[in-house]
Design a protein around this ligand. Structure first.
Ligand SMILES: Nc1ncnc2c1ncn2[C@@H]1O[C@H](COP(=O)(O)OP(=O)(O)O)[C@@H](O)[C@H]1O
Ligand SMILES: [Mg+2]
Length: 351
């Protein structure tokens, strides 16, 4: 297990400022997800920690060891950082067996032969690949190849493991199973881990803490529950979950309570930003917090059903309400009649 400190890391690539003073801490044994839209700098940040690329400024410290310090001119090369790396493209050697793929790094490090055999067998056992040692990558499923890539990373007993979109080459069902398995494995190995992903449900499921990145800056750093239920910014609120968004104006403020109104609608919600009465505001509500109601009332909007798509366990419904388009999930197909949509005050986040 290891503790990592990343402080004020800056990186320019191809004339663009990619990382803009990014800082975070990884506690011992913690699994942190770097989450963010494509191009937000996740891979760049991970590569800086790995030592595959060097930042332009900042400081990266693993336990007591300075891996990078821009002002002191310290750069520890990647191979001296003893980190485990797993990439989206598993990058397995196609002509080597599973055993040879996992053993390769140990051979380079001149580990004695019998020790290599023991360590590789132990890791393959741990990772559920016993009996596959003599196969070649093309004789394995995607999920098994993924496990070989992980085996190769953990066979060194790294203090810290870095994973870049490790599950995104698996198909949907396998990916969901792999989440449970991957989180369990990291905990069982008692290592710290940083996982890059653009998939919010993957980050929510696997991580102890999420760092949400936008344009090379950390927008919010929080536990999965906190970041989903109490997003600090409009970006964080919109990035997480599936949402309805209302653009309007702040009509009334009572402490944290606020009334937002627009063309033909008004709703009470919770002020999360620093808007004043009269300011433009954006209100966000998760689809699972948007309900069909029996009739009119406070925080209800009269709406007309536009489309209902059957998704098996629910219906995905789209409504038109004056100037708004609203989506919600319903257990049954809504009838073709006038409807009211209820947005609970506590679930409407205003920024
Ligand atoms: N070698 C490079 N030269 C120039 N621009 C790069 C290079 N690598 C990445 N970028 C740019 O940096 C930004 C962040 O990339 P990346 O860290 O890979 O994002 P993410 O992993 O979050 O999708 C992107 O806009 C990408 O186009
Ligand atoms: Mg990436």
């Amino acid at each position: 297990m290891a503790r990592l400190n990343v402080t004020e890391v800056h990186k320019r690539l191809g004339g663009n400022q990619i990382l803009r003073g990014t800082s975070f801490t990884l506690e011992e044994g913690e699994i942190v997800a770097l989450l963010g839209p494509s191009g937000s700098g996740k891979t760049t940040l991970l590569r800086a920690v790995a030592g595959l690329d060097h930042p332009d400024a900042g400081r990266i410290v693993l336990d007591d060891e300075v891996l990078y310090d821009g002002s002191a001119g310290i750069v520890v090369p990647a191979e001296k950082r003893s980190l485990g790396l797993v990439f989206q493209s598993y990058a397995l050697w196609p002509h080597k067996t599973v055993f040879e793929n996992v053993a390769y790094g140990l051979k380079l490090r001149k580990v004695p032969r019998n020790e290599i055999a023991d360590r590789v067998a132990a890791v393959l056992g741990q990772i559920g690949l016993t009996g596959m040692a003599d196969r070649h990558p093309h004789q394995l499923s995607g999920g098994q190849q993924q496990r070989v890539a992980l085996s190769r990373a953990i066979v060194y007993n790294p203090r810290l493991i870095l994973l870049d979109e490790p599950l995104s080459n698996l198909d949907a069902k396998l990916r969901e199973e792999a989440r449970v398995w991957l989180r369990g494995l990291i905990q069982q190995l008692r290592i710290s881990a940083i996982m890059v992903t653009h998939d919010q449900s993957e980050a929510l499921a696997i991580a102890d803490r999420i760092l949400l990145l936008d344009k090379g800056r950390i927008e919010q750093e929080a536990t999965p529950v906190e970041i989903y239920e109490r997003p600090k910014t409009l970006f964080a609120a919109e990035f997480m979950g599936a949402n309805n968004r209302f653009s309007g104006q702040v009509a009334e403020l009572k402490g944290e309570r606020c009334r937002v109104s627009g063309d033909g609608w008004e709703l009470w919600g919770r002020m999360r930003g620093d808007r004043k009465v009269g300011d433009r505001a954006e209100a966000i509500v998760r689809l699972e917090k948007t309900f069909l109601a029996e009739g009119p009332g406070e925080n209800r909007i009269s709406a007309k059903l536009e489309a209902a798509l059957y998704l098996g366990e629910r219906w995905d419904c789209v409504f038109q309400a004056s100037s708004l388009r609203l989506r919600l999930w319903s257990p049954a197909a809504p009838a073709d009649r006038p409807h009211w949509i209820h947005v609970p005050e506590g679930s409407l986040l205003v920024f």
